[in-house]
Design a protein around this ligand. Structure first.
Ligand code: PLP
Length: 404
């Protein structure tokens, strides 16, 4: 009810003063650069959204059925903190099958509430105050806040379109100091769609070895690559022992709402991670874990079908954006295109804001992903071909008008 009185006011409480001291760590985190933008979007109708980064597909039916069946069977209790053993066994097989890496499902695998939780727990388990963490930019929005909340200091390393947004080992090397504790990798990348080649990853592995660093590798898009092979960082020689591998089912299996991810790490690191997980989360949702088990066992065909469709859309949107005059390098992973909007003379935010208001197309300004995202916008192509076609038409009209 719009005019309802809040319970505290009704009970005669005075609202707290606004200046009350809260966590200094939280105060350090900048507010989300895109919140205002999404508030505006929510108030509009008939918007074509290339904004939100999640599959437009519904979770395949057999996976949903496994979740429903789990409820029907009355599995409504907590599971092991680590997650159900059958799921960890299946995950160990999955990682062995795809990357020939060997994890002990009883001590080295943890089922989490998405990669979101896994990243938070991983960083809190390894960082001490003042430890520096190298974060490639443009970066997925959670890496910097999670580092700060864990007491670390993020050290950004820019990547560039001219280099296909791949991370340069020399750029990493130049940021390493005696305080560096870890490198976060996020490839295939959100927001750029960049994929790292094996040679560069091997060079980064050598740096990790030489400076005794840990690597937190967010590989949530590992299955969504187009015409190239994904290299799992933990599978590189010598890296199993210094990598925390994060992955999940949200993207490839269209399961964002089920909230299932995982972490794979050496037993000593995992023990520390489980301590945090058990007190804050207890366990991932039980029915979702059973759905995830079905996904890993029987979901391959559906993954490949969705992958083919994303690829078709990827080629279409990249060609379309380039034809409009928004230069776009070819993304080889995830489901994002990251065109430059510099030719329009507008900043990322001006472009996104005006495109939304004038043509009702939502894209995300590139600076939401760090300073070096300025001059770009993120377009998520996990939406129907029809939407992409209509969005391109509107973007073309907008760019034509802006360029005059
Ligand atoms: C790179 C990256 N990591 C992690 C996440 C969070 O995923 P999850 O649904 O597993 O929490 C996302 C979601 O957009 C992402 O793009």
């Amino acid at each position: 009810m719009a005019d309802a009185v809040s319970p505290s006011v009704a009970a005669g409480f005075t609202p707290a003063p606004r200046s009350r001291p809260l966590s200094q760590k939280v105060a350090q985190i900048p507010p989300s650069g895109i919140r205002k933008f999404f508030d505006l979007l929510a108030s509009m109708e008939d918007v074509i959204s290339l904004g939100v980064g999640e599959p437009d597909f519904v979770t395949p039916w057999h996976i949903r059925e496994a979740g429903i069946y789990s409820l029907e069977k009355g599995r409504t209790s907590y599971t092991s903190n680590y997650g159900i053993l059958d799921l960890r066994l299946e995950l160990a097989r999955h990682l062995e099958h795809h990357y020939a890496i060997d994890y002990d499902p009883r001590a080295e695998l943890l089922i989490t509430v998405g990669v979101s939780e896994a990243m938070d727990v991983a960083l809190r388990a390894i960082l001490n105050p003042g430890d520096e963490v190298i974060v490639p930019e443009p970066t997925y929005v959670s890496y910097v806040p999670c580092t700060v909340l864990a007491g670390g200091t993020p050290v950004p390393v820019p990547t560039r379109m001219e280099d296909d947004f791949r991370l340069g080992p020399a750029d990493v090397a130049s940021r390493i100091t005696p305080r560096t504790k870890a490198i976060i990798l996020g490839y295939p990348n959100n927001p750029t769609g960049a994929v790292m080649d094996r040679e560069r990853l091997e060079e980064i592995a050598r740096l990790a070895e030489a400076h005794d660093l840990l690597v937190v590798s967010d590989e949530i898009y590992d299955r969504l690559v187009y015409g190239v092979e994904h290299t799992c960082f933990a599978a590189l020689p010598g890296m199993l022992d210094r990598t925390i591998l994060l992955g999940g089912l949200s993207k490839a299996y269209a399961m964002t709402g089920w909230r299932i991810g995982y972490a794979a790490a050496p037993a000593d690191i995992m023990e520390a991670m489980v301590k945090i997980h058990q007190y804050t989360i207890m366990c991932a949702p039980t029915d979702s874990q059973y759905a995830a088990l079905e996904a890993l066992k029987e979901g391959e065909e559906a993954v490949l079908e969705m992958l083919e469709e994303y690829d078709r859309r990827r080629r279409f949107i990249v060609r379309g954006l380039n034809e409009i005059g928004l230069e776009c390098f070819e993304p080889r992973g995830a489901f994002y295109a990251f065109p430059s909007v510099r030719s329009t003379g507008l900043s990322s935010e001006e472009f996104a804001q005006r495109l939304l208001v004038e043509e009702k197309v939502a894209v995300v300004p590139g600076n939401a992903f760090g300073d070096c995202g300025e001059g770009h916008v993120r377009c998520c192509y996990a939406t129907s071909m029809e939407n992409i076609e209509r969005a391109l038409e509107r973007i073309g009209r907008f760019v034509g008008r802006v360029k005059g």
